[in-house]
Design a protein around this ligand. Structure first.
Ligand SMILES: [Zn+2]
Ligand SMILES: [Zn+2]
Length: 453
């Protein structure tokens, strides 16, 4: 197995203070003879179920991943953690409860969510309850008729852990998605992964850069004692809501979602504006120039509807399927986002990035090494997008073509690239050589290493 070295900027600004302190600095990681063997674990740290606005019940959501061989997940519902506390209000669901109605739930725990009816509008439609009963059995779907509404109990995290978690086989990590928007409606979503609580969203903030900064800082105050991960989610959603400068101005934020659900269905993509890969390079060209920790990329499918193949995951290399191990690897950059392909190996020795594709289907493959050169043009222009039927009004940042260029492209399943003196950083992307290059980035199966310098 190749020696895997951490990068020099790993220690700085990591979201996870308590774990990072235990990691040796770059260059000092001589692998011990008896070092444990590491392997890739496949996971998704961003998904939803009926605890918020996903279509299926919690058990169905967890089973979806476990049955398909995923190793770890975080059921990251919107603005709530699936605790045992008895309550009736949840994301998008606010039934009016009288004291008498509440009294009918004495001794009960967890969230009781009313089925959608005239009195309450939410995602829990009768058909989803029927599906859950058919799949899970009526004994596993607790229902109560109270005050003219039908309430269904949502299984809390700890009970899901009891049902699904198996050592070395399947891991569940607690967490939630902190979701809301700035004053003008631009969405800024962030995941807190590894936490068992949540705090409220501040909707009075005007700019995404400030929303990210404040939420990140509040999270440190609130969760700083536990090993958790903070991610900046889907910058493209709903429609170019978070520009690159928001993450240039927040260098303490280490991880963002490169792969997620793209643009909201109500809006039309503008192919002349940035794509998530360009977003990543813009932030990292700036961070590398300013000696800040590079931004790492994750993949998730942010699943709400449980049909169809997954188009996003993250693989993390660790010696054990335990959260602290995975988190250490994530902070070291020993992970990659994918929407269809996989790496067998990735290594960076301080100068050379080497990759090997895990070939599952025969065919021709390409490996692109992508980076930005020192002295690139950092100019940012603002593209004003006017409000129309297919676009909301937006100011979208546009950057030079000198950012995120292909430094070298190799056809094959294995390749390496040695940093040159004028490279700010390098990352690798793998894809099928026969894929039409004009395909949108999301529809072309690929995988991406982290950027290294
Ligand atoms: Zn979101
Ligand atoms: Zn989400």
């Amino acid at each position: 197995m190749k020696t895997y070295l951490t990068r020099r900027d790993f220690l700085r600004g990591a979201a996870l203070v308590s774990i990072s302190a235990a990691i040796p600095r770059f260059g000092s990681v001589a692998r011990a003879q008896d070092a444990p063997v590491k392997r890739w674990y496949k996971g998704n740290l961003h998904m939803h179920n009926q605890w918020s606005d996903g279509e299926v019940f919690p058990e169905q959501a967890v089973a979806w991943y476990k049955d398909r061989g995923w190793d770890f997940i975080c059921p990251s519902d919107h603005n709530d953690f699936q605790s045992l506390d008895l309550r009736f209000t949840s994301f998008g669901s606010r039934p009016q409860m009288t004291d008498e109605m509440v009294a009918a739930f004495e001794g009960e725990t967890s969230l009781w969510k009313p089925i959608k009816c005239d009195a309450v509008s939410n995602k829990l439609e009768q058909k989803f309850v029927d599906d859950a009963i058919a799949q899970l059995g009526s004994e596993n779907v607790k229902i109560k008729e109270v005050g003219g509404m039908t309430f269904v109990r949502m299984t809390p995290f700890d009970e899901l852990v009891e049902k699904f978690v198996e050592p070395d086989k399947f891991l569940m990590i607690p967490g939630y998605e902190h979701t809301g928007s700035c004053v003008d409606g631009r969405a800024v979503h962030m995941n807190f992964i590894g936490v068992r609580d949540h705090f409220g969203y501040n909707k009075k903030i005007e700019e995404p850069i400030d929303q990210l900064r404040e939420t990140f800082a509040k999270g440190k105050e609130r969760f700083g004692d536990v090993p958790y991960l903070f991610t900046a989610n889907h910058p493209l959603w709903r429609f170019y809501d978070v520009n690159p400068s928001a993450l240039m101005g927040n260098p303490a934020i280490r991880v963002f979602e490169l792969i997620n659900n793209g643009i909201h269905k109500d809006f039309q993509r503008r192919m002349d504006l940035w794509e998530p890969e360009k977003f990543w390079d813009v932030v990292n060209a700036w961070r590398a120039t300013n000696d800040q920790p590079l931004l790492l990329g994750m993949g998730s499918d942010d699943r709400h509807v449980y049909t169809g193949d997954s188009k996003g995951w993250t693989k993390v290399r660790a010696s054990k399927l335990e959260w602290t191990e995975l988190l250490t690897a994530i902070n070291e950059g020993d992970m990659y986002p994918s929407n269809g392909l996989d790496f067998e190996d990735v290594s960076f020795d301080g100068k050379t990035l080497a990759v090997k594709i895990d070939v599952k289907d025969d065919g021709r493959y390409k490996i692109d090494f992508v980076g930005t050169k020192k002295g690139y043009d950092p100019t940012c222009k603002i593209v004003q997008v006017e409000k129309s039927e297919t676009t909301p009004e937006r100011k979208v940042e546009a950057y030079s073509d000198e950012i995120g260029v292909v430094l070298e492209s190799v056809e094959g399943t294995e390749a390496s690239y040695t940093l040159k003196s004028d490279d700010l950083y390098v990352r690798a992307k793998i894809y099928r050589a026969d894929d039409d290059p004009a395909l949108k980035w999301k529809t072309k199966p690929a995988a991406w290493t982290q950027p290294w310098r």
